[in-house]
Ligand binder design. Structure first.
Ligand code: SAM
Length: 190
C-alpha cells in the first residue's frame, strides 16, 4: 500500500531536519553572512535617522541566527538607540530556539523582543480584525516566501507597513546552484 506523502509544511520535525541538512550542504548561511557584512550596512544606512527607537519586523524569523546578525549591524550603525524587534514565526519550536539564542547573546540590552506565534497571513488578519496598522522602519523576509500561498499579496501587505525611509529586505535562493539571490526594496518602491 502506498504511504501518504508527508508534507514538509505540515510536519515541523521533518521540515527542520530538511532545513538543517540544506544549511549543512549549501553555502546558504555563508552567502548570507557575506551579504550582512558587505551590503546590509548600506541597506540600513538611513532607516533610523533621527529616531529614538527603531521598529523592526522579522517575518519567518526561524531560530533567530540571521536576525541576531542583522540586529548587531543595526546596533553598530545606531549605537544606543532602542530597537523594538518583533518576530512573526508560526513554529513554537523555532521560537523556543530563538529565545535560547537571545539568552546566549550579550549586548542586547537596548533590544526588546516580541514574538508572534503565527503565520504572516494570520498576523495580517489579526491586525485587520484589531483595526491596527503598525508601521515599521525595517521589515525582512529571509528564506520564507516559499511558504506563503500568495507571494504578491504578502509582499504588498508588508510593503504597505513601511515608514518613510524604511526598507523591506527579501532574500530567496535563486534557481542557480549554490547561489543566493538577494533583492531589497528601498523607500516605497519594489
Ligand atoms: C527557511 S526558514 C528561515 C528562517 C530564518 N529567516 C533564516 O533565514 O535562518 C523559514 C521560516 O519561515 C517560517 N514560516 C513558514 N511558513 C510561514 C508563514 N506562512 N509565515 C511566516 N513564517 C513562516 C518557518 O517556520 C521557518 O522558521
Amino acid at each position: 500500500m502506498a504511504l501518504p506523502m508527508r508534507s514538509l509544511f505540515t510536519d515541523p520535525d521533518r521540515y527542520l531536519q530538511s532545513f538543517r541538512l540544506f544549511l549543512a550542504n549549501s553555502t546558504e548561511h555563508q552567502c548570507m553572512q557575506e551579504f550582512m557584512e558587505r551590503q546590509l550596512p548600506s541597506v540600513i544606512g538611513s532607516i533610523g535617522n533621527g529616531k529614538s527607537a527603531i521598529n523592526i519586523l522579522s517575518v519567518g524569523g526561524g531560530a533567530g541566527e540571521i536576525d541576531l546578525l542583522i540586529l548587531s549591524k543595526i546596533q553598530a550603525r545606531y549605537p544606543g538607540v532602542t530597537i523594538n524587534n518583533h518576530v512573526i514565526e508560526p513554529s513554537a519550536d523555532q521560537i523556543f530556539k530563538y529565545k535560547e539564542h537571545v539568552a546566549a547573546t550579550s549586548n542586547l540590552e537596548n533590544v526588546k523582543f516580541t514574538w508572534h506565534e503565527e503565520t504572516a497571513y494570520e498576523y495580517e488578519s489579526r491586525m485587520s480584525a484589531e483595526k491596527k496598522t503598525k508601521k515599521w522602519d525595517f521589515i525582512h523576509m529571509i528564506q520564507m516566501l516559499y511558504y506563503v500561498k500568495d507571494v504578491s499579496a504578502t509582499i504588498r501587505y508588508f510593503h504597505s507597513l513601511l515608514e518613510e525611509q524604511a526598507k523591506l529586505l527579501i532574500i530567496l535562493v535563486s534557481d542557480k546552484k549554490a547561489e543566493t539571490r538577494r533583492s531589497f526594496t528601498q523607500g516605497h518602491k519594489y
